[in-house]
Design a binder for this molecule. Sequence first.
Ligand SMILES: [Zn+2]
Length: 180
Amino acid sequence: MKTIFKIAMLSSLLIGAYGYSEADVSAQPTDSYVTLSELIENAEEYDGKTILFKGEAIGDPLKRGDHTWVNVSDGNNSAVGVYRTSSQASEISTYGAYENKGDILVITGTFHEACFEHGGDLDIHADSVQIDKAGYRMADPWSYKQLMAALFLAAAAGSLLVFALYSVRCYNSEKSGKDA
Ligand SMILES: [Zn+2]
Protein backbone atom coordinates (compact mmCIF):
# COMPACT_ATOMS: atom_id res chain seq x y z
CA MET A 1 0.00 0.00 0.00
CA LYS A 2 2.94 2.31 0.64
CA THR A 3 3.86 2.29 -3.05
CA ILE A 4 0.33 3.21 -4.08
CA PHE A 5 0.39 6.05 -1.63
CA LYS A 6 3.71 7.31 -2.98
CA ILE A 7 2.51 7.14 -6.58
CA ALA A 8 -0.68 8.93 -5.66
CA MET A 9 1.29 11.63 -3.85
CA LEU A 10 3.62 12.07 -6.81
CA SER A 11 0.70 12.32 -9.24
CA SER A 12 -0.94 14.91 -7.01
CA LEU A 13 2.21 16.99 -6.87
CA LEU A 14 2.67 16.88 -10.64
CA ILE A 15 -0.95 17.78 -11.30
CA GLY A 16 -0.80 20.50 -8.64
CA ALA A 17 2.25 22.07 -10.24
CA TYR A 18 0.63 21.92 -13.68
CA GLY A 19 -2.55 23.48 -12.33
CA TYR A 20 -0.66 26.37 -10.81
CA SER A 21 1.10 27.23 -14.04
CA GLU A 22 -2.29 27.59 -15.74
CA ALA A 23 -3.20 31.12 -14.75
CA ASP A 24 -6.53 32.38 -16.04
CA VAL A 25 -5.37 35.94 -16.70
CA SER A 26 -5.08 35.37 -20.44
CA ALA A 27 -8.59 33.93 -20.59
CA GLN A 28 -10.07 37.32 -21.47
CA PRO A 29 -7.93 38.86 -24.18
CA THR A 30 -8.60 42.49 -24.92
CA ASP A 31 -7.20 44.15 -28.03
CA SER A 32 -5.98 47.21 -26.20
CA TYR A 33 -3.81 45.23 -23.81
CA VAL A 34 -0.42 44.22 -25.03
CA THR A 35 0.77 40.77 -23.98
CA LEU A 36 4.21 40.03 -22.62
CA SER A 37 5.09 37.87 -25.61
CA GLU A 38 4.08 40.71 -27.95
CA LEU A 39 6.33 43.04 -25.96
CA ILE A 40 9.26 40.65 -26.14
CA GLU A 41 8.78 39.83 -29.82
CA ASN A 42 8.40 43.48 -30.84
CA ALA A 43 10.60 44.98 -28.14
CA GLU A 44 12.23 47.54 -30.44
CA GLU A 45 8.88 48.80 -31.67
CA TYR A 46 7.47 49.21 -28.14
CA ASP A 47 10.64 50.62 -26.61
CA GLY A 48 9.99 53.94 -24.87
CA LYS A 49 6.26 53.82 -25.71
CA THR A 50 3.32 54.02 -23.35
CA ILE A 51 1.59 50.67 -23.14
CA LEU A 52 -1.43 49.16 -21.44
CA PHE A 53 -0.64 45.87 -19.76
CA LYS A 54 -2.81 43.58 -17.68
CA GLY A 55 -1.58 40.84 -15.41
CA GLU A 56 -1.40 39.20 -12.03
CA ALA A 57 0.89 40.50 -9.27
CA ILE A 58 3.04 37.51 -8.30
CA GLY A 59 5.93 36.62 -6.02
CA ASP A 60 7.30 39.13 -3.54
CA PRO A 61 7.53 42.88 -4.05
CA LEU A 62 11.05 44.31 -3.90
CA LYS A 63 11.32 47.71 -2.24
CA ARG A 64 14.03 50.06 -3.55
CA GLY A 65 13.83 53.42 -1.80
CA ASP A 66 10.57 55.16 -2.65
CA HIS A 67 9.92 52.72 -5.50
CA THR A 68 8.96 49.06 -5.51
CA TRP A 69 9.42 46.34 -8.10
CA VAL A 70 6.40 44.17 -8.65
CA ASN A 71 6.47 41.06 -10.81
CA VAL A 72 3.48 40.91 -13.08
CA SER A 73 2.55 37.81 -15.02
CA ASP A 74 0.15 37.82 -17.96
CA GLY A 75 -0.57 34.15 -17.47
CA ASN A 76 1.86 32.67 -19.98
CA ASN A 77 4.40 31.43 -17.45
CA SER A 78 6.47 34.57 -17.65
CA ALA A 79 6.57 37.81 -15.72
CA VAL A 80 7.87 41.32 -16.22
CA GLY A 81 9.29 43.66 -13.59
CA VAL A 82 7.07 46.70 -13.09
CA TYR A 83 8.72 49.69 -11.44
CA ARG A 84 6.30 51.84 -9.51
CA THR A 85 6.13 54.13 -6.53
CA SER A 86 5.86 52.34 -3.20
CA SER A 87 2.54 54.04 -2.48
CA GLN A 88 1.15 52.53 -5.70
CA ALA A 89 2.54 49.15 -4.69
CA SER A 90 1.03 49.33 -1.21
CA GLU A 91 -2.43 49.15 -2.77
CA ILE A 92 -1.79 45.56 -3.82
CA SER A 93 -3.19 43.29 -1.15
CA THR A 94 -2.51 39.83 -2.56
CA TYR A 95 0.45 38.52 -4.50
CA GLY A 96 0.09 35.29 -6.43
CA ALA A 97 1.70 32.20 -4.97
CA TYR A 98 0.76 28.54 -4.75
CA GLU A 99 -2.02 29.21 -2.26
CA ASN A 100 -2.93 32.70 -3.48
CA LYS A 101 -4.39 34.21 -6.59
CA GLY A 102 -2.75 37.63 -6.88
CA ASP A 103 -4.47 40.93 -7.62
CA ILE A 104 -5.07 41.52 -11.33
CA LEU A 105 -3.52 44.85 -12.27
CA VAL A 106 -4.09 47.14 -15.20
CA ILE A 107 -0.89 49.09 -15.76
CA THR A 108 -0.32 52.12 -17.91
CA GLY A 109 3.37 52.76 -18.22
CA THR A 110 6.46 53.09 -20.34
CA PHE A 111 8.04 49.96 -21.73
CA HIS A 112 11.82 49.69 -21.82
CA GLU A 113 13.50 47.04 -23.91
CA ALA A 114 16.80 47.57 -22.09
CA CYS A 115 16.29 50.04 -19.28
CA PHE A 116 19.22 52.43 -18.97
CA GLU A 117 18.25 53.24 -15.38
CA HIS A 118 18.03 49.59 -14.31
CA GLY A 119 21.06 47.75 -15.62
CA GLY A 120 19.78 47.16 -19.13
CA ASP A 121 16.87 44.98 -18.13
CA LEU A 122 13.52 44.77 -19.83
CA ASP A 123 10.96 46.52 -17.65
CA ILE A 124 7.86 48.70 -17.40
CA HIS A 125 7.82 51.99 -15.50
CA ALA A 126 4.26 52.41 -14.29
CA ASP A 127 2.45 55.75 -14.54
CA SER A 128 -0.78 54.41 -13.17
CA VAL A 129 -1.81 51.10 -11.70
CA GLN A 130 -5.38 50.03 -11.17
CA ILE A 131 -6.57 46.93 -9.42
CA ASP A 132 -8.92 45.27 -11.86
CA LYS A 133 -9.76 42.31 -9.65
CA ALA A 134 -8.73 41.66 -6.07
CA GLY A 135 -6.76 38.50 -5.42
CA TYR A 136 -7.82 35.89 -2.94
CA ARG A 137 -6.61 32.99 -0.92
CA MET A 138 -7.46 29.73 -2.56
CA ALA A 139 -9.31 27.80 0.13
CA ASP A 140 -9.02 24.71 -1.99
CA PRO A 141 -6.21 24.90 -4.53
CA TRP A 142 -7.54 21.63 -5.98
CA SER A 143 -10.02 21.87 -8.74
CA TYR A 144 -12.54 19.06 -9.15
CA LYS A 145 -10.90 18.06 -12.44
CA GLN A 146 -7.45 17.80 -10.84
CA LEU A 147 -8.81 15.78 -7.95
CA MET A 148 -10.55 13.37 -10.31
CA ALA A 149 -7.37 13.00 -12.38
CA ALA A 150 -5.33 12.24 -9.25
CA LEU A 151 -7.87 9.66 -8.05
CA PHE A 152 -7.91 8.06 -11.49
CA LEU A 153 -4.11 7.83 -11.58
CA ALA A 154 -4.02 6.43 -8.05
CA ALA A 155 -6.64 3.83 -8.99
CA ALA A 156 -4.72 2.91 -12.16
CA ALA A 157 -1.49 2.56 -10.17
CA GLY A 158 -3.31 0.44 -7.58
CA SER A 159 -4.73 -1.88 -10.25
CA LEU A 160 -1.30 -2.35 -11.78
CA LEU A 161 0.15 -3.23 -8.40
CA VAL A 162 -2.60 -5.75 -7.66
CA PHE A 163 -2.10 -7.28 -11.11
CA ALA A 164 1.66 -7.50 -10.53
CA LEU A 165 1.23 -9.14 -7.12
CA TYR A 166 -1.32 -11.57 -8.56
CA SER A 167 1.03 -12.49 -11.43
CA VAL A 168 3.90 -13.13 -9.03
CA ARG A 169 1.68 -15.32 -6.86
CA CYS A 170 0.48 -17.32 -9.88
CA TYR A 171 4.05 -17.75 -11.05
CA ASN A 172 5.18 -18.90 -7.59
CA SER A 173 2.34 -21.37 -7.13
CA GLU A 174 2.93 -22.73 -10.64
CA LYS A 175 6.61 -23.14 -9.82
CA SER A 176 5.94 -24.82 -6.47
CA GLY A 177 3.41 -27.10 -8.26
CA LYS A 178 6.10 -28.18 -10.72
CA ASP A 179 8.67 -28.68 -7.93
CA ALA A 180 6.38 -31.01 -5.98
ZN1 LIG B 1 13.72 50.66 -15.47
